[in-house]
Design a protein around this ligand. Structure first.
Ligand SMILES: [Zn+2]
Ligand SMILES: [Zn+2]
Length: 256
């Protein structure tokens, strides 16, 4: 189970990555950043490596307050790579239809053939110009699978007499604690995402559930996503306690 320190660190670096993304959007990154292939290295084996070399290549153009420290860099890169992956979009046709004005003006300003098309640049810069989509059909199932994984991890550590086979019943009754479970699952996933390189391939099917979890958590009484909404470690740990209590109730019900 992630420790409070791990959760805090994940929240902090995630927040920092999103400040950086906000800055990129406002800075019209085509004018500020180097978007050519110059960052590519022999050692760029996948898009995590590419993201790291891209960050290094552009570092002197980024305000120093937004540059991650050496020890946070790996997690920061994980958050950059996961940006918009967690709202899932691999559909090229969709991508062409929705190509934003931002993207068009960006491409126009970068001389033809001078735009890096490595997997990282291609996806990341494109995502910058697009706003999060509404979660679609598969996201509900993806969110449920994430909750199931988070619950499974919690079960293993809870020392309660519950096993894997009890998960369906627990999930069926989750109406009572679904919001708490969503909060805990979101945080658990965020900590896991700090090591995204280990997970992205097997978990990309469920990543689209993250956006749905976030929307459920951050919704205010009017059903709108509140921009001021902030998830704290205290709130996350309280949510975990509620979920554990729900598990304890399951055990009691059985013994009754
Ligand atoms: Zn590139
Ligand atoms: Zn995994």
């Amino acid at each position: 189970m992630p420790s409070p320190q791990e959760i805090q660190r994940a929240l902090d670096i995630h927040g920092q990555a999103y400040l950086f993304i906000d800055w990129l959007r406002n800075a019209r990154c085509g004018d500020v950043l180097r978007l050519d292939q110059g960052h590519r290295k022999e050692s760029d084996l996948n898009f995590f490596d590419s993201a790291a070399s891209w960050l290094e290549y552009n570092e002197d153009r980024i305000p120093s307050s937004l540059v991650p420290s050496a020890e946070d860099r790996k997690i920061f890169v994980s958050m950059l790579v996961s940006f918009r992956m967690t709202s899932g979009d691999y559909d090229l046709a969709y991508r062409e239809r929705k190509m934003s004005q931002y993207w068009k003006s960006l491409v126009e300003r970068v001389p033809a053939g001078n735009f890096c098309e490595c997997e990282f640049c291609d996806r990341f810069v494109w995502r910058l110009g697009n706003f999060a989509r509404n979660p679609e059909g598969g996201s509900g199932r993806a969110a449920l699978l994430l909750k199931q994984s988070a619950l499974r991890a919690l079960l293993k550590e809870s020392q309660l007499p519950l096993v894997e086979g009890d998960l369906p019943e627990i999930l069926k009754r989750r109406g009572m604690f679904d919001n708490e479970l969503s909060i805990w699952t979101y945080a658990w996933e965020l900590v896991r995402r700090c090591d995204y390189e280990q997970h992205w391939y097997t978990h990309r099917q469920v990543e689209s559930g993250v956006l749905l979890l976030w929307r459920r958590i951050a919704r205010n009484r009017q059903g709108k996503i509140s921009p001021e909404f902030l998830l704290t470690v205290e709130r996350i740990l309280a949510a975990r306690d509620h979920v554990v209590e729900a598990l304890q109730r399951t055990v009691k019900r059985r013994m009754a």
